[in-house]
Design a protein around this ligand. Structure first.
Ligand SMILES: [Zn+2]
Length: 628
């Protein structure tokens, strides 16, 4: 007898009853009962199951259709040589284990890319496969259907074509969805296959909540003036439980998370209220005419953060957590009394960001490899430097995530604790009650840690303890506010660190920045200006002939030409030659040797490299170089 692995084209079809039991649609006892019934009445097993009310005829048909589709798809992929028979078996196993769709299981196991599977599937069912990232989807077309229906049916109206509509569907064979779409649009539809992830991106762009927030604000403003509400009533906690206020905040946070905003500013002006969100480092403004709504908004926020609601003359700070969609979000609230009333800044810390790994920071592969090598040393000091907002914390947390195993004790000393990490002991400093970086660090070292993260080496004492910890068998990670890698070492001397101690403890320095990425939707090549060209020739002559790009601005990127940011770093590894200069506290000698090393690539050069790959613009690269 042939075994399946020797005869790839022959698949043993499991029996219907077994399949239903395995899929948990019926129990083994029910199957037995149905088999007895089938035997006694001489009917098909399916009929027996339906007669016994173990499932409906519709459920049975759906199940069979699904099975048939999967088996066919699987066989076809094997026949076309896209996957092996072995991989098909693994995929079916994974599908059963996770309860996911066949295509999803294939992609999870890495046998095919999402697009690869979609293209094969589309060809097989005779439709076009559309890559939504490369075509323009008109907002007006998308809005022909409700957002809820689009997400549920996984069908997106893309554009009007002739008298009909081109609709992208994640599963064009889903006839029920097809019927509902036809009904909703009341026009003939032409179907193409699209990727679910890309569909969601389009929805996030089209159904931005700006309009909704405007509407809710107006509603609240009108209600306040109609009922002549005394603003001071809002100091009363029950008042701020009001539905419109909660709804506005909910919508505001939802949108901020979608847009990946880092902060929300609520600023009462003389005549209007400004809501500004920082996205990729740049503020985007929304004007609200109902200026008075800021009072209930702030009262509610203060209540959530456990602050004194009636205190409007002093600045206050607090934090709260909330769940927005699938994300757990921590919010730090800071209030400030101004001429026009109390203003607030909300820093948004999406806790999922705290789970980043090094390879997701966007740093180039060679940088990641070096950092990974450093942080796996048993002891020593690794420093990440850069101004506020340069992504230092993300890199440090990514490093901690690489190291976070049951075998390592990790303790952090932070101000503030930004992301909460499992298994890691995190301590918040409180200088007001004497819990300074230095004092906490001293205690922490008695807790037998393997790895210590010191939020910042601000003063001589902290610096001294951290370096001593690194010398006595601990891996210490920390940050400094310096501009480039070379000046970091010099800064350590200025703080009061001794050359011999730094020389024997410092492993390496990562000087980091974030640069904006060109929006992929509107990126186009362009000819650098004469100044830019001569700048490239001085800094990176080997890249002078490259083609550079910039974004023209489109609806996807809020007309900025940029979308998202990527980390860039200058990496300085302390070798014996450099250690020697450090030992003698020879700053100028150190700088000379460091800069002469061919492996030392400055931030400016890194920027030009990124620009030559079409990932960022020359102006971002120049900004990087100007700072260093
Ligand atoms: Zn764009």
């Amino acid at each position: 007898m042939e075994t399946p692995s020797q005869a790839p084209s022959v698949t043993r079809r499991p029996k219907l009853g077994d399949m239903l039991v395995e899929a948990n649609i019926i129990s083994a006892a029910q199957l037995k009962e149905a088999l007895d019934y089938q035997h006694a009445k001489d009917v098909k097993l399916g009929e027996a199951l339906v007669a016994l009310h173990f499932l409906t005829a519709q459920e049975l048909t759906d199940f069979l259709n699904n099975q048939r589709k999967t088996l066919m798809m699987g066989d076809l992929l094997v026949k076309a040589g896209k996957i092996t028979f072995q991989q098909l078996q693994e995929t079916l196993k994974e599908q059963k284990r996770s309860g996911s769709r066949f295509g999803e299981a294939l992609v999870t196991l890495g046998y095919l890319s999402e697009l690869g599977f979609a293209q094969f599937f589309a060809k097989h069912i005779g439709v076009t496969c559309l890559d939504l990232s490369t075509i323009t989807v008109e907002d007006a077309s998308v809005k022909m259907m409700e957002e809820e229906a689009i997400r549920r049916l996984r069908a997106l109206p893309i554009k009007r074509a002739g008298g009909g509509v081109l609709v992208g569907m994640v599963d064009p064979t889903d006839l029920l969805a097809f019927d509902e779409v036809t009904q909703a649009l009341r026009r003939p539809i032409e179907v193409a296959l699209i990727l679910e992830k890309q569909m969601r991106q389009v929805l996030d762009r089209v159904f931005r909540k700006t309009g909704e927030i405007q509407g809710l604000m107006q509603e609240l403003g009108e209600e306040m003036s109609r009922n002549r509400l005394d603003l001071n009533q809002f100091v009363n906690a029950e008042m701020v439980q009001d539905a419109p206020v909660v709804k506005i905040l909910q919508t505001l946070f939802e949108e901020a998370i979608r847009q990946n905003a880092s902060d929300i500013h609520i600023e009462p002006g003389q005549h209007v209220l400004r809501i500004r969100k920082r996205i990729d480092g740049v503020l985007h403004e929304q004007i609200i005419r109902e200026k008075t709504v800021s009072v209930p908004l702030l009262s509610k926020l203060k209540l959530m953060a456990g602050l004194e609601i009636s205190e409007r003359r002093l600045s206050q700070g607090g934090r709260f957590s909330l769940k927005v969609g699938d994300s757990d979000v921590d919010v730090r609230l800071s209030t400030l009394p101004t001429e026009n009333g109390e203003s607030a800044v909300l820093r948004i810390l999406n806790q999922t960001t705290g789970l980043t790994r090094l390879n997701r920071t966007g740093l180039p592969e060679d940088s990641i490899q070096r950092i990974d090598k450093w942080i796996h040393k048993p002891h020593g000091l690794v420093l990440v430097t850069g101004p506020t907002g340069s992504g230092k914390s993300t890199t440090l947390y990514a490093a901690l995530n690489e190291l976070n195993t049951p075998g390592k004790k990790i303790i952090t000393v932070e101000d503030p604790v930004e992301y909460r990490l499992d298994r890691i002991v995190q301590v918040q400093v409180h200088p007001k009650i004497g819990l300074t970086f230095a004092s906490v660090l001293r205690t922490v070292l008695r807790q037998d840690p393997d790895i210590v993260l010191v939020g910042e080496m601000r003063d001589e004492e902290t610096c001294d303890i951290a370096i001593r910890a690194a010398l006595t068998g601990h891996l210490v990670l920390s940050t400094l506010h310096t501009n480039d890698a070379v000046s970091t070492v010099i800064r350590l001397f200025e703080i009061g660190a001794r050359g011999f101690a730094v020389a024997s403890s410092l492993i390496g320095v990562i000087a980091q920045r974030l640069v904006r990425k060109i929006c992929p939707q509107c990126s186009q090549p362009y000819q650098p200006s004469v100044q830019e060209q001569s700048w490239i020739e001085t800094l990176a002559p080997d890249l002078a002939g490259a083609v550079f790009h910039k974004g023209a601005g489109c609806s996807q990127c809020l007309q900025t030409g940029y979308s998202g940011r990527v980390a860039v770093a200058e990496i300085l590894e302390i070798d014996s030659q450099l250690a020697n200069r450090i030992r003698h506290e020879d700053s100028s000698g150190f700088e000379e040797v460091a800069r002469a090393n061919p492996n030392y690539i400055t931030l400016g050069k890194r920027g030009v490299m990124l620009a030559s790959q079409g990932r960022t613009t020359l102006s971002e690269a120049m900004y990087l170089a100007g700072e260093s």
